[in-house]
Write a protein that binds this ligand. Structure first.
Ligand SMILES: Nc1ncnc2c1ncn2[C@@H]1O[C@H](COP(=O)(O)OP(=O)(O)O)[C@@H](O)[C@H]1O
Ligand SMILES: [Mg+2]
Length: 262
């Protein structure tokens, strides 16, 4: 039997307001994403990207429709179960990094593991592996205000991947970055996908979407196109070794997640 898709969304509708003022932010979205895919969701402002991201990220629920995340029907879950699913299944990357002020990089990356109940020594080991993966092992003790924007987003990427989630979900991850940092962060995301991570990335920039294997376009809350494209060149070979050692940690984390969620 093939594994369940990471995302199986059917007829998602999200409406805001009522009567004459009703807005159909999503007007019937069907989406299936399998493990290992790299999807860019594109659309102009107001097309429903953030609404879709919030639903896929279990931060919001659809007005109607059904959503299975990694085989789990999230429609039937209460708040506590939803936050558990978010913690175990999804690694979030936001435009504004969302790091905790005055907290070292390694402590930020350990946070989701603390919520997941991983013991201190193990947290440190995994967090360092994730920081190594994004090329920031030597900045582990730096606080956000001691890091560049690109470095802060790399810390956020390490935090997103440290639990070995079923998918990385990124909303305009390079929206606040200069072109050099954008390349760096996208190179890391490319590498993570190349080593098996499922990536769903929301963007309005063609240059960012160019990195994905599949581009989905939203207009007025509906998918108007869904196209596969050739991947860009692979990431720098220097990251290969770090990725390999992280693969081991990720496999262990996956096992723990499966046990915890059962
Ligand atoms: N909380 C809300 N209340 C009312 N309307 C909303 C709310 N959130 C989004 N919308 C509307 O839903 C539509 C889609 O918004 P959004 O998902 O934020 O689009 P995007 O992220 O693509 O810019 C827009 O018309 C927006 O004004
Ligand atoms: Mg948005």
């Amino acid at each position: 039997m093939s594994p369940a898709p990471v995302i199986a969304a059917r007829s998602l509708v999200k409406t805001y307001g009522m009567g004459d003022a009703v807005v159909h932010a999503l007007a019937g979205v069907d989406l299936t994403v399998h493990q290992g895919d790299y999807v860019a969701i594109m659309g102009s402002s107001g097309s429903g990207k953030s609404t879709l991201m919030n639903i896929l990220g279990c931060l919001d629920v659809p007005t109607t429709g059904r959503y299975l995340l990694d085989g789990i029907d999230v429609g039937g879950l209460d708040e506590r179960q939803l936050s558990l699913v978010r913690n175990r299944k999804i690694g979030f990357i936001f435009q504004s990094f969302n790091l905790v002020p005055r907290t070292s990089a390694v402590a930020q990356v350990e946070l989701p593991l603390a919520y997941a109940g991983v013991k201190a020594a193990e947290r440190r080991r995994r967090a360092m592996a994730a920081l190594t993966m994004v090329g920031l092992a030597e900045r582990a003790d730096h606080k956000p205000n001691e890091l560049s924007g690109g470095q802060q987003q790399r810390v956020a990427v390490a935090r997103a991947l440290v639990t070995a989630p079923a998918m990385l979900l990124a909303d305009e991850p390079t929206g606040n970055l200069d072109s050099h940092s954008t390349k760096e962060v996208l190179g890391i995301v490319d590498r993570l996908n190349a080593t098996g991570r499922t990536v769903v990335l929301i963007t309005h920039e063609d240059e960012v979407a160019h990195h994905a294997k599949r581009v989905i376009r939203l207009v007025d809350g509906v998918i108007v196109s869904d196209v596969r494209q050739a991947p860009v060149d692979g990431p720098p070979p220097a990251m290969a070794a770090a990725a390999e050692s992280f693969g081991q940690v990720a496999a262990e984390a996956e096992t723990l997640t499966q046990e915890a969620i059962r």
